[in-house]
Design a protein around this ligand. Structure first.
Ligand code: PEP
Ligand code: MG
Length: 321
């Protein structure tokens, strides 16, 4: 098994009927980038920048951030690298950031909401990303986008910082794609509108499942509701992928579901373009995908989406495999 995987390390990811998809890694630090490539990643699909902030006792400076992002881009050697802007709040706290005490932190001032509330902090990160962008193939994505206004506001701040850098004569890549995470049901439902304005989607199922089923992703008492195969989730995923493709954009997934053996055939059939997962899952997923026919899986999509429960979906796919 290990030998088969080793052979696949530098191979593209191609289905048995010759369709390519991209297998990317989720990383949390510049150090992880080398390991991602070592494990066969074709891209980084999610760099969680909050660890840079959490591992420090004050806000990382523009220079410190520029160095961290540049290191990731260089380690990826020109491969696509999706960097997520600060996703703090909810379960993740910063000692030096005085956040209001909230009754429902997961539904509160977190991620992009906090960044738009504290644009000074957000602008510093955007500047650092722009400065680093000359070192590789940078894509930026905003977490926890719930409305188009939020996306427009965040993108406007990005464009403002871009203009300032240009005026200062600081170089940056002119071709940075700007996308969003789809992890809130409102955004999945409105994906057709978003698709006209974003460059890509990355579906964050870890949160999308908790918000769709209204089941805290960390609460064992309701973990029975936390169901990746729930047809409600699959239908939302389909809406996002279809909306992206209709506008000629790409759709990826960076939640745990993207590396799940049962989910992969379904997602392939639904047309997912990029699967981002922990680096250690990549070679196994590449082998699995090499044995799956995309056309065949697509032919099962309608039947799968019309099932009534998560258990039925699981049983259906297990029978196929
Ligand atoms: C997600 O919500 O699916 C995701 C990838 O982000 P995080 O797990 O960091 O919330
Ligand atoms: Mg999330």
């Amino acid at each position: 098994q290990k030998e088969i995987w080793a052979k696949l390390k530098n191979e593209p990811t191609v289905t048995s009927d010759g369709i390519s998809v991209e297998l990317a890694a989720n990383i949390g630090s510049p150090k992880d980038a080398a390991g991602a490539v070592e494990n066969g990643a074709e891209a980084v699909g999610l760099y969680r920048t909050e660890f840079l902030y959490m591992g420090s006792d004050d806000f990382p400076t523009e220079q410190e951030q520029t160095e961290a992002y540049s290191a990731v881009l260089k380690a990826m050697g020109g491969k696509p690298t999706v960097v997520r802007t600060l996703d703090i709040g909810g379960d993740k706290e910063l000692s030096y950031l005085d956040l209001p005490k909230e009754q429902n932190p997961f539904l509160g001032l977190r991620a992009i909401r906090l960044c738009l509330e504290r644009p000074d902090m957000f602008r510093t990160q955007l500047r650092a990303l722009l400065r680093a962008s000359v070192h590789g193939n940078l894509k930026i994505m905003f977490p926890m986008i719930a409305t188009l206004e939020e996306f427009r506001e965040a993108k406007a701040l990005f464009l403002e910082e871009q203009t300032k850098l240009a005026e200062e004569g600081i170089p940056f890549s002119p071709t940075i794609e700007i996308g969003i995470m789809v992890e809130i049901p409102s955004t999945a439902v409105m994906a057709d509108q978003f698709a006209k304005e974003v460059d890509f989607f990355s579906i964050g199922t870890n949160d999308l499942i908790q918000y769709t089923l209204a089941a805290d992703r960390m609460n064992e008492n309701v973990s029975y509701l936390y169901q990746p195969y729930n047809p409600a989730i699959l239908r939302l995923v389909k809406m996002v992928i279809d909306a992206a493709h209709k506008e000629g954009k790409w759709a990826g997934m960076c939640g745990e579901m993207a590396g799940d053996e049962i989910a992969i055939p379904v997602l392939l059939g639904l047309g997912l373009d990029e699967f981002s997962m922990s680096a250690s899952s990549i070679l196994k997923a590449r082998e699995q995908i090499s044995q799956l026919s995309k056309i065949e899986m697509a032919a099962h999509s309608e039947a799968i989406l019309s099932l009534a429960t998560a258990d039925e979906v699981k049983a259906y796919v297990e029978k196929l495999l």
